[in-house]
Design a protein around this ligand. Structure first.
Ligand SMILES: [Zn+2]
Length: 152
């Protein structure tokens, strides 16, 4: 508790301007001046977690296209069969294999589960040599819009 700046015995409950000075005082002493602000009861000190957890971002690996193509060929599947197995549109899978469309995390996970390959990686701090994901996505924005439109 913060004790009153004037009497020093009671708990300061308000901030009052007394003779031009802003003081933390009790209700009684506040009468000497003008209350400017009520001190919030038990101000919870929301302490910022000192150890800031690096935000773990899940991203699709950059060589997803190659990996997906490889696993499909390993399974002796056509693109169509592969798309069907994943319940995805052939056009989507074609774009993904061409590397012109970054699969969504959901799709990447699905492929991971079904075919036992690793497509999603957790990225903490992005290190210098990793190409920012946006760059990959930027190139595919047109495709994404196209696909979205087609769905409608
Ligand atoms: Zn007081």
């Amino acid at each position: 508790m913060v004790s009153c700046s004037i009497c020093g015995s009671k708990e300061a409950t308000v901030i009052a301007v007394i003779e031009g000075v802003s003081l933390e005082v009790c209700d009684e002493c506040a009468k000497l001046g003008r209350i400017s602000k009520r001190i919030k009861e038990k101000t919870k000190v929301v302490r910022k977690v000192a150890q800031v957890k690096p935000e773990v971002e899940e991203t699709v690996v950059l060589d997803f296209a190659k990996k997906i193509r490889e696993v499909r060929e390993k399974n002796k599947m056509t693109q169509e069969e592969f798309a069907k197995a994943l319940n995805e549109k052939l056009s989507v899978m074609r774009h993904v294999e061409n590397g012109t469309l970054v699969p969504s995390l959901k799709l990447a996970r699905k492929i991971e589960e079904k075919f036992g390959i690793k497509l999603v990686e957790e990225q903490g701090e992005v290190s210098g040599d990793i190409i920012p994901h946006e760059k990959v996505e930027a190139a595919t924005l047109g495709d994404l819009i196209e696909i979205k439109r087609r769905k409608k």
